[in-house]
Design a protein around this ligand. Structure first.
Ligand SMILES: Cc1cc2nc3c(=O)[nH]c(=O)nc-3n(C[C@H](O)[C@H](O)[C@H](O)COP(=O)(O)OP(=O)(O)OC[C@H]3O[C@@H](n4cnc5c(N)ncnc54)[C@H](O)[C@@H]3O)c2cc1C
Length: 336
């Protein structure tokens, strides 16, 4: 269980027990499925949302919960491998998502620790400092606001690239309010309901493991890895990576209030988090292709060694890991 889940309980829901229908059937109750259900409900479209397990118990409940368009060293690579238009669209998409979350927090008055912070990429060696310089040039080309900095001193960095006005939040507090909105306005949510097949007739149907049929004009597959392959060969177009998070009470907090990411191998992702009145530090990283890592304990030990070196550890509060998917061209796949 992650600290987010320990800190806040999202409501629970029964399993599907009969055939049913709605305008849109949504499979997957992470941030993608719940956000889609919220936006459709708000537009007076009826929805049924199902999850195989518990809402937000997938990757969403185990994230670092930074909301940023920075995404590591990506813009220089996108310009080289695609073009400036696609690279700029990637930035705009992420910025629109941030703004949408902010507007939702404001309009529903959600108490979810949403706060604006700058995102900072930092480098620990000259090779990566030069990569940051190239990334800064890409920001300039794409008209992305940035500032080059010396790098956070408590991380012994040799260079840094700041993207101002990004954000962080508590994902479960935020999504719980969306779930409340969805059910209050007629949306139906079910847990412990596994989608196993999809029939794509005039009105598509999601078929559940126990044989119930959920019919809608549209089906949204928000199950992280698509549960329905069709002829898309998704397994050849993306790979899963596992990464690890350590939550600590440090002896010394970072001097500045930014969210940090070191894109070198091994990656380090750092942010502060309030938990039951205490200021903690989340330190993530150690990602590796799923099934190709060392012993699990060695990844946590590496994060612990890093945390001790830079901040000191008063107490380890929690640790967890989760998987994320990366596409071959690093751009999202969204298909009909
Ligand atoms: C350690 C870590 C840190 C991260 N930090 C950040 C960060 O700081 N900022 C950021 O933006 N991103 C971050 N990410 C990535 C981000 O958390 C994920 O991309 C995001 O949470 C994915 O959300 P999702 O809704 O698409 O998938 P999920 O949260 O995985 O939800 C998918 C849901 O679908 C359900 N499901 C699956 N199959 C079926 C089926 N057949 N039938 C019914 N239901 C099904 C699952 O039970 C699950 O609940 C991080 C990822 C990791 C691993």
């Amino acid at each position: 269980m992650s600290l987010w889940e320990e800190d806040y309980n999202i409501p629970s829901f029964p399993a599907v027990t009969a055939d049913d229908s709605a305008d849109v059937i949504i499979v997957g109750g992470g941030i993608t499925g719940i956000t889609a259900a919220y936006l459709l409900t708000k537009a007076n479209v009826s929805v049924i949302l199902i999850d195989a397990d518990r809402l937000v118990n997938g990757t969403t409940g185990h994230t670092t919960a930074k909301i940023t368009a920075q995404h590591g060293l990506i813009y220089d690579e996108l310009i080289q491998h695609t073009d400036k238009t696609k690279a700029r669209l990637h930035y705009e998409g992420a910025t629109d998502a941030l703004n949408m979350i902010k507007e939702t927090v404001e309009s529903l008055a959600i108490d979810c620790d949403f706060v604006h912070k700058d995102a900072v990429l930092y480098a620990e060696n000259d090779v990566y400092a030069r990569k940051l310089e190239r990334e800064a040039m890409a920001y300039k080309t794409l008209n992305i606001p940035y500032e080059t900095i010396d790098g956070p001193p408590d991380l012994q960095a040799v260079g840094g690239l700041r993207m101002p006005d990004q954000a962080e939040f508590h994902p479960i507090k935020y999504l719980s309010s969306l779930v409340h909105y969805i059910t209050k306005h007629g949306g139906r949510i079910y847990e412990q309901t596994v989608a196993t097949d999809l029939s794509k007739d005039d009105r598509p149907e999601v078929i559940t493991r126990v044989g119930h049929r959920l019919q809608g004009s549209h089906v949204l597959v928000c199950s992280h890895f698509p549960f329905f392959e069709g002829n898309q060969f998704y397994f050849t177009r993306m790979y899963a990576e596992r990464s690890y998070i350590l939550a600590i009470k440090p002896k010394q907090m970072p001097a500045e209030d930014d969210m940090y990411l070191n894109p070198e191998d091994p990656v380090r992702s750092i942010r502060k988090m309030s938990f039951k009145g205490e200021e903690l530090l989340l330190i993530g990283g150690e990602q590796h292709k799923t099934g190709q890592g060392r012993a699990t304990s060695s990844h946590y030990e590496a994060l612990e060694t890093f945390a001790k070196k830079h901040f000191g550890i008063e107490r380890i509060v929690d640790r967890w890991s989760a998987q994320d998917l990366t596409t071959i061209d690093k751009l999202p796949i969204s298909e009909e």
